[in-house]
Design a protein around this ligand. Structure first.
Ligand code: FAD
Ligand code: DHB
Length: 387
C-alpha cells in the first residue's frame, strides 16, 4: 500500500503537468498510467499551444526544449474559394501560438517528474476508485501482476475520454452533454519541407483540410473524412490527389508532397460532463470534456484545468481552505464552454456536412468572407484561437 496526497490517474498532459505543478508547491503525488512510457511518448496528437500554455510550461521550468524547438506563429491562414487570407493573430491580440507536438510536451514532463524523484507507475491494469465520498479515497490496480493500493487525500481523474474516472461517478450525480459529428479527420505525417510558414485551415466543397507542421522537415496534414473509413483505403497517391483538390486554387499555391510515414483517422465529438467533481475525485482534461480539433483547444483546456486544480489543492494544503476546491468545477467549466463554442463554430464554418445544401455552402463562404474582411470578426477568431 502506498500513501500520497494526490493520486493521479493517467499520464497524459493533464496528469503529468498536475503532478509537476503540485511538486513545485511541495505536494506529493503518484501518477498511474495504463500504457508504457515508450507508448505515451510516441502517440501523435495535438500540436498547437496557446500563449498561456507556453507561459505556464516556461514559468514552471519545463519549457526549455519547447522554447528552442517549438515554432512561434503570429498568424494563421484561412483558405477558401481558391485563395488564402491571413488572420494576423499577434497584430490583433498581442499574443501568438507555438507549434510544438504534444508528445514532446509529454517527454519533457515525464523527464522532469522522474528527474525530481517523482513516481509514475506505467502499464498498470484494472484501475478502480473507492471511497470517493470519504476523506480517504483509494485507488486499486494491478501493477507487475500484483495488487496495489494508493491511499490519498484526493484523486485526480486525468485518464482521458475513455478512462475509468468519469464512469465511476454514479449516473445520477453527473450530467453529460454531447454532440457527435458525421465526419472525422484523416491525419498524416509527411517528410517534406512545408510550403507555408503558417497553418492553413481550408474550406472546400470536397471537405475541410488543414496544413500544419512539426519541424522544417516534417509536415502534419489533415483532411475531413468518413469516420468509419479505413486508412487501408487511402494509398499515398489518393491522399495527395485529395489534398491537391482541396488545397489548390487559382493562385497556384500547392502543398509539398513527400514520404507519408504515419496515417490515422480521428473521430470528432463535443462532450462535457458536469460537474467536474465528485466528492474527493476531480476530473481534468479529456476525462471531463472533448472538443472537435478544429479550434486546437483540447490540450490547452487540459492545461487550464490542472492550473486551476493545482492552485485549489495548494490553497487547501496551505490553509485548509476548501473554497477554491469547491469552485474548481464552475471555474474550469466556464473556460470549457467558451472553448466548446469556439470549436463548434470553427468546425461548422469549415467542414462539409452530409445534409449541406448549396445554400448552406454559400452561407459558409459568406461567413468566411466576413471573418477575413472585418477586423471585429477577425479579432473574435484570433482572440479565441490564441486563448
Ligand atoms: P490524454 O492525453 O488522453 O491522456 C490520458 C492518459 O490516461 C493516457 O495516457 C491514457 O493511456 C491514460 N489512461 C486511460 N485510461 C486509464 C486507466 N484506466 N488507468 C490509467 N491510465 C489510463 N488539442 C490542442 O489543444 N491543440 C491541438 O492542436 C490538438 N490537436 C489534436 C489533434 C488530434 C489528432 C487529436 C486526437 C487531438 C488533438 N487535440 C488538440 C486534443 C488533445 O490531444 C487532447 O485534448 C489532450 O491529449 C488531452 O490530454 P489529457 O491528459 O486530458 O488526456
Ligand atoms: C494541429 C491540430 C489541430 O487540431 C489544429 O487545429 C491545428 C494543428 C496539429 O496537429 O498540428
Amino acid at each position: 500500500m502506498r500513501k500520497t496526497q494526490v493520486a493521479i490517474v493517467g499520464a497524459g498532459p493533464a496528469g503529468l503537468l498536475l503532478s509537476h505543478l503540485l511538486h513545485l508547491e511541495g505536494i506529493a503525488s503518484v501518477v498511474i498510467e495504463s500504457r508504457s512510457r515508450a507508448e505515451i511518448e510516441a502517440t501523435i496528437r495535438a500540436g498547437v499551444l496557446e500563449q498561456g500554455t507556453v507561459d505556464l510550461l516556461t514559468k514552471s521550468g519545463v519549457g526549455g526544449r519547447m522554447q528552442r524547438e517549438g515554432a512561434v506563429h503570429e498568424g494563421i491562414i484561412l483558405r477558401f474559394a481558391g485563395a488564402s487570407h491571413r488572420i494576423a493573430l499577434t497584430e490583433l491580440t498581442g499574443r501568438a501560438i507555438t507549434v510544438y507536438a504534444q508528445h514532446e510536451v509529454i517527454k519533457d514532463l515525464v523527464k522532469a517528474r522522474l528527474d525530481a524523484g517523482g513516481e509514475i507507475l506505467f502499464e498498470v491494469r484494472d484501475v478502480a476508485l473507492e471511497g470517493l465520498d470519504s476523506s480517504f479515497p483509494k485507488v486499486n490496480f494491478l501493477w507487475k501482476n500484483e495488487k496495489q493500493q494508493i491511499q490519498a487525500d484526493f484523486v485526480a481523474g486525468c485518464d482521458g475520454f475513455h478512462g475509468i474516472s468519469r464512469p465511476t461517478i454514479p449516473l445520477h450525480r453527473r450530467t453529460e452533454f454531447k454532440r457527435n459529428y458525421p465526419f472525422g479527420w484523416f491525419g498524416i505525417l509527411v517528410e517534406a519541407p512545408s510550403a507555408t510558414d503558417e497553418l492553413i485551415y481550408a474550406h472546400h466543397e470536397r471537405g475541410f483540410a488543414l496544413v500544419s507542421t512539426r519541424s522544417p522537415q516534417i509536415q502534419r496534414l489533415y483532411f475531413q473524412c468518413d469516420p468509419a473509413d479505413d486508412v487501408k483505403n487511402w494509398p499515398d497517391a489518393r491522399i495527395w490527389e485529395e489534398l491537391h483538390a482541396r488545397l489548390g486554387g487559382a493562385d497556384g499555391w500547392k502543398v509539398t508532397e513527400g514520404r507519408v510515414f504515419q496515417k490515422g483517422i480521428i473521430a470528432m465529438r463535443s462532450f462535457v460532463v458536469e460537474p467536474m467533481r465528485h466528492g474527493r475525485l476531480f476530473l481534468a482534461g479529456d476525462a471531463a470534456h472533448i472538443v472537435p480539433p478544429t479550434g486546437a483547444k483540447g490540450l490547452n483546456l487540459a492545461v487550464n484545468d490542472v492550473k486551476v486544480l493545482s492552485e485549489a489543492l495548494s490553497s487547501f494544503y496551505r490553509g485548509k481552505n476548501e473554497e477554491l476546491l469547491n469552485a474548481y468545477s464552475a471555474t474550469a467549466l466556464k473556460r470549457v464552454w467558451r472553448a466548446q463554442h469556439f470549436s463548434s463554430w470553427m468546425t461548422s464554418m469549415l467542414h462539409r456536412f452530409h445534409d449541406d445544401t448549396p445554400f448552406q455552402h454559400r452561407l459558409q463562404l459568406a461567413e468566411l468572407d466576413y471573418v477575413v474582411n472585418s477586423r471585429a470578426k477577425a479579432l473574435t477568431l484570433a482572440e479565441s484561437y490564441v486563448g
